[in-house]
Ligand binder design. Structure first.
Ligand SMILES: Cc1cc2nc3c(=O)[nH]c(=O)nc-3n(C[C@H](O)[C@H](O)[C@H](O)COP(=O)(O)O)c2cc1C
Length: 205
């Protein structure tokens, strides 16, 4: 086994450490966040930190990198208060990855990729048409993580769109049937396959 301790981790070359630390916590969710500014400029960016926060009320959160450079997603969310979360499916990984490129505010990632913006019902922020699971979210609060100046955004789920067959009778979403991918590190995309689903675990007698 390879062993790293705190001291050797701190001494690692920057990119090596970035890859190591980004992969060592396991697979991450793969989502595109769609947002819009007050002038109607659409924005789309990939995020691997979207996490369920609680189901009653229905909350999600995600981590934003420190505000050391412009962050269109963050600025747009603060302006409009609403944004969308769109699962990345396996056919879209190349374009999804490209949304991490730093485009200025007036250039939309929707115009630089084959990902298509779609506006559903009255929701102000753009969804990704090809995404099979889409959430409409409302910004509620943010918390600065003082250890590294990242920002934890907390939001409520206002609406959910799910493509047929993914939603099962008890509300569970079979994500692998939708082709939703997961992220390995910062640049690896993996396909998923369900192994098994279990009953609610209770202590053994
Ligand atoms: C696989 C992957 C995952 C990412 N996850 C995050 C994330 O969780 N939080 C974040 O702030 N940036 C993340 N990024 C970086 C953003 O996608 C990138 O900063 C993007 O330019 C932000 O766009 P914006 O300025 O339009 O908001 C990730 C990039 C990649 C390639």
């Amino acid at each position: 086994m390879v062993y790293f301790n705190k001291k050797s981790i701190d001494k690692l070359e920057k990119i090596y450490r970035l890859n190591l630390i980004n992969s060592c916590t396991g697979f991450k969710s793969a989502n595109l966040i769609g947002s819009i500014d007050k002038d109607g400029n659409n924005n789309l960016a990939i995020f691997s930190s979207v996490t369920h926060l609680g189901s009653d009320p229905s909350l999600i959160c995600f981590i934003l990198r420190p505000k050391t450079e412009f962050r269109n997603t963050y600025d747009n969310i603060l302006e409009s208060r609403f944004f969308t979360i769109n699962h990345i499916n396996k056919d879209d990984i190349k374009d999804a990855h490209h949304t991490s490129a730093k485009y200025p505010k007036n250039i939309s990632e929707f115009d630089k990729t084959n990902l298509e913006a779609v506006f559903l019902n009255e929701f102000i922020a753009p969804y990704v048409r090809s995404s099979k699971i889409k959430l409409g979210c409302k910004y509620l609060n943010e918390y600065t993580i003082k250890e590294n100046s990242t920002i934890l955004i907390v939001a409520s789920i206002e609406e959910i769109y799910i493509e047929n067959n993914i939603l099962k009778d008890d509300g569970w979403l079979r994500l692998d049937e939708g082709g939703t991918v997961a992220i390995n590190g910062l640049d690896g995309y993996v396909q998923t396959e369900l192994i098994e689903r279990f009953d609610y675990a209770r202590p053994k007698k």
